[in-house]
Write a protein that binds this ligand. Structure first.
Ligand SMILES: Cc1ncc(COP(=O)(O)O)c(C=O)c1O
Length: 472
């Protein structure tokens, strides 16, 4: 054990202290020739394992750095890291209290806290929930609860002739399609409702789409809103959609995988006004709360429905009716074995308190404001969508004479060039026909000068790339 602890300490310190590029682009075929990942019949020495673990870290883009703007998380969360390591050490299994006693109590506390923030738990009622592997699974379970509410017989008898129809916006995450596929709804019966100029689901378009499906003799059962869309960070209007859902007895879900943490902030929680009116809510702790992947939750205001929709028979060998039976979380989950993700979330929340997350949201929103201001005052950078949250989608556009196809090529080349130079890791994305740079502000340590440096690089490299392409 001691050798492994020493090795781990060495790797961890080296990884966190080294001065390296945020990410080095590498082709898969190149990497396959550089490292040996084969497994043989004979065992290897500790030194071989050390080398392999070192290589894993060496080629891993460093999401801990302030220049990592690519994904919906960034930075290093030390209390959560401690939780991740200790969770592996204890190897709790979250199906039953007996084999996860402290982690179960922690998960219940987290679910209560999350439910209070969303508004499902108040002084007079309590919401329900269970931790899941991520927003995708949370969205799947939300649709499963909705399906159960609409047609409970499907659980035992399978799908009948009735066509169930679900609605999300055209900006929703692709996990909605996976859910429609997995649950037998069919991806053709997942309707992508038009969004408005702000990237928010348009309630009028939703109402029309529902009417159309009713005219076709179908059963509209699920409306999936997004709080913080993946590309633009838009927040769909909850109240209007709740009213539409009520007219048709439909389930209203909010995918807050990315945007939910605004609920910590008194200044920004208005973006999620009406969250308490939803039937279910998805929240990823491994996005803005920056807990190492994976950690997420599905919440619902309907007590007992998770168990009804997800629970099944045949678990007698595991779920004994002992004095702790009411603490067993397993029947609310679609998993059997489930990691104690609660520990890392709990430790990091305990360490900074709810106010710590509120401060993070407030600070990053202010940084976003200054970033957008700098883009708007630049001659060659243009916002290509509003930034109400922490996604800044902008385009390098040196002249008005370039076509969108040319601008797309230039902006993609710019992202790749910045990565190759090791100065920043950003991604590109398309919104309403325009391709630009998607800058995600998720790292607590990011300062305005880091943003300024990135924008300067965009202008400098953009001009250089343009010169090269005009010569070619
Ligand atoms: C809005 C939204 N919902 C859901 C997901 C999927 O979450 P996960 O990767 O945790 O499954 C994402 C991922 O980026 C997302 O942006």
């Amino acid at each position: 054990m001691q050798q492994y602890l020493d090795l781990f300490q060495q790797l961890a310190l080296q990884h966190c202290q080294q001065n390296r590029a945020v990410s080095e682009p590498i082709q898969a075929s190149q990497l396959q020739h550089m490292i040996d990942v084969s497994i043989g019949a004979d065992g290897a020495e500790l030194d071989d394992l050390k080398q392999a673990a070192g290589q894993y870290l060496k080629f891993q883009p460093d999401s801990g750095q302030v220049d990592f703007f690519k994904l919906l998380y960034s930075g290093r969360n030390n209390p959560a890291l401690l939780g991740d390591w200790v969770a592996s050490l204890g190897n709790a299994n979250m199906h039953t209290f007996q084999v996860s006693p402290v982690a179960t109590l922690m998960e219940l506390e987290l679910i209560d806290q999350w439910n209070r923030l969303v508004g499902f738990t108040t002084d007079s009622r309590a919401g329900d929930g269970v931790m899941v592997s991520g927003g995708s699974q949370a969205n799947l379970i939300a649709m499963m609860m909705a399906r159960h509410q609409a047609m409970p017989d499907i659980k035992a008898k399978g799908l009948t002739g009735q066509t169930l129809v679900a609605f999300v916006s055209d900006q929703a995450h692709y996990s909605a399609q996976k859910a429609a596929n997995l649950l037998g709804i069919g991806t053709d019966n997942l309707i992508a409702v038009a969004s408005d100029a702000q990237g928010r689901l348009c309630p009028q378009a939703l109402a029309i789409a529902i009417e159309t499906s009713l005219e076709q003799g179908h059963l509209p059962f699920f409306i999936g809103l997004t709080a913080g869309t993946t590309v633009l960070g838009a927040f769909d209007p909850v109240m209007e959609c709740r009213a539409i859902a009520d007219q048709h007895g439909m389930w209203l879900h909010i995918d807050g995988a990315w945007g939910a943490p605004v609920l910590f902030s008194q200044h920004h929680r208005h973006l999620l006004n009406g969250s308490d009116l939803a039937d279910s809510f998805a929240w990823d702790a491994h996005k803005l709360m920056n807990v190492p992947i994976t950690a997420a939750v599905i919440l619902t205001r309907h007590q007992g429905l998770l168990e009804l929709a997800c629970g099944g028979g045949g678990g007698d060998y595991l779920f004994h009716s002992d004095e702790n039976a009411t603490y067993n979380l397993g029947q609310k989950s679609i998993q059997c074995g489930r990691r104690a993700d609660a520990l890392k979330v709990w430790l990091s929340w305990k360490a900074v308190g709810s106010n710590g997350f509120a401060d993070k949201v407030n600070r990053l929103q202010e940084l976003k404001r200054r970033c957008v201001e700098a883009i708007n005052t630049s001659d060659c950078l243009y916002m290509i969508g509003p930034a109400v949250y922490l996604n800044v989608l902008f385009q390098y556009r040196p002249t008005t004479s370039m076509t969108e196809t040319q601008l797309r090529e230039l902006n993609i080349a710019l992202c790749k060039h910045m990565q190759a130079q090791g100065c920043a890791y950003v991604d590109y994305a398309k919104y309403q026909g325009k391709t630009g740079i998607r800058l995600i502000l998720a790292n607590d340590e990011t300062q305005y000068q880091d943003i300024q440096r990135l924008l300067d690089h965009c202008l400098q490299f953009g001009a250089e790339l343009r010169q090269i392409s005009s010569k070619g």
